[in-house]
Write a protein that binds this ligand. Structure first.
Ligand code: SF4
Length: 264
């Protein structure tokens, strides 16, 4: 049964669950489902998705609104999460996503348990928090200035989160450690060419602090848009930018297939 069938609102995340949880054996789960990985180098791989609730950022375009702006979840202990994952017996890939899953201590326990059971794990992270854990692919999505929820773009208020988001969205130390310690991909949500100078600047800063070389094909450009209608506007533009700049393009396969349906 999808966990989201039993999701409930919790006062514990009334502020967004944006402070690291000190619970080590349970996670606030927004949804848990089986689908195809839609983005990045593993696009198309059948995977179980574990979506935690709570994020330390507030991108205006967040495509998991109910993990950030209005977080909802059910608390599940790690054993129950693993039992649910194992019920999908054709899957050997697990994607831990959010929200920002690295804000939770118990994410490490979940990853260790999955590693013990032989699963390939991908962690989808905004790259602002580093944790030591058995992660097979760190899928790092640094947030560009265009993500900031200014008063004009705030989906919920009048830009109250803008300063806090802007101050937290890039952490070079955390980004560098993720790149150096894990197999990684750097995935940028791109709206148009105005985003490109910032991507090049960030890559230059990051390459200066990492020991691991960052190749251009480690860098993926992903069109902004959580609906097929919006992707119609951004997809070809971003594909052209990928070719112009020598980076990879990644589709949003789940949006192409199922639009903005939940649990995809
Ligand atoms: S970092 Fe990800 S989950 Fe958090 S607000 Fe931005 S898009 Fe949403």
């Amino acid at each position: 049964m999808p966990v989201s069938d039993s999701v409930e609102r919790s006062d514990a995340t009334a502020t967004g669950g944006d402070t690291p949880s000190d619970a080590t054996d349970a996670l606030p789960i927004n949804e848990l489902f089986y689908s195809l990985q839609g983005e990045g180098t593993l696009a198309g791989v059948p995977s179980v998705f574990v979506r935690t609730s709570g994020c330390n950022l507030r991108c205006w375009f967040c495509d998991s609104y109910h993990t950030s702006w209005e977080p909802t979840h059910a608390w599940l202990d790690v054993a129950a999460i693993v039992e649910e994952i194992e019920s999908y017996d054709t899957a050997d890939h697990v994607v831990l996503t959010g929200g920002e899953p690295m804000i939770h201590d118990a994410s490490v326990d979940l990853l260790e348990t999955l590693d013990d059971r032989g699963y390939h794990t991908t962690v989808e992270t905004n790259g602002t928090i580093y944790r030591e854990a058995p992660i097979d692919l760190a899928s790092i999505s640094p947030k560009l200035a265009s993500s900031t929820p200014t008063a004009e773009r705030d989906p919920k208020g009048d830009g109250e989160w803008a300063d806090r988001h802007e101050a937290a969205r890039i952490d070079l130390d955390a980004l560098g450690a993720l790149v150096d310690d894990y197999a990684f991909q750097l995935k940028f949500v791109v709206t148009d060419g105005d985003d490109m100078p910032e991507i090049h600047d960030l890559l230059a800063e990051l390459r200066a602090v990492t020991e691991t070389p960052i190749e251009d094909d480690d860098v993926l450009l992903m069109p902004e848009g959580a609906t097929q209608e919006r992707l119609e506007e951004t997809r070809n533009r971003v594909a052209d930018l990928a070719m112009d700049h020598g980076f990879r393009y990644t589709p949003r396969l789940h949006v192409d297939l199922w639009n903005d349906a939940p649990e995809t």
